[in-house]
Design a protein around this ligand. Sequence first.
Ligand code: ZN
Length: 150
Amino acid sequence: MDYIKVDNKTGGKYIEDYRKLTLEYSISVGGLEKYFEGLKNGVLYASKCKSCGSIYYPPRSSCGKCGSSDIVWIELGKEGTLLTFTEINVKPATHSHYDDYIIGIGSFNGVKVLGLVEAKYDELKIGMKIRYEIVVREPENYYIIVFTPI
Ligand SMILES: [Zn+2]
């Protein structure tokens, strides 16, 4: 293997070196503890600005419209409506080990939520009633939102 390569366009020399990196990071929940506690307890929350009434999902700890940090939490009901859905056949590298899957957007208390749909594609219809649940996906060990038809 030739260690030093030549770029076809520029003629410049370069080396290629491939290594696997592990990335560890932490994300501040800064004012959004309620949302993450909700995930753990199977409940979704949106945030609502007390000043101007804007609703955010995913929630925000301050309002993007008026800048207020005075928010209230809205618990989203478990039952909603399927607004749209699609089957994912070409998956990102992070999901390449999964079979094809369906994602959808549901409306819960008027708030749009993205989730994985557990149903056969042919059985789904826009406008149908759905329920969400929050499950821990393995082996990644993170929370995902799953919709199932009612
Ligand atoms: Zn606001």
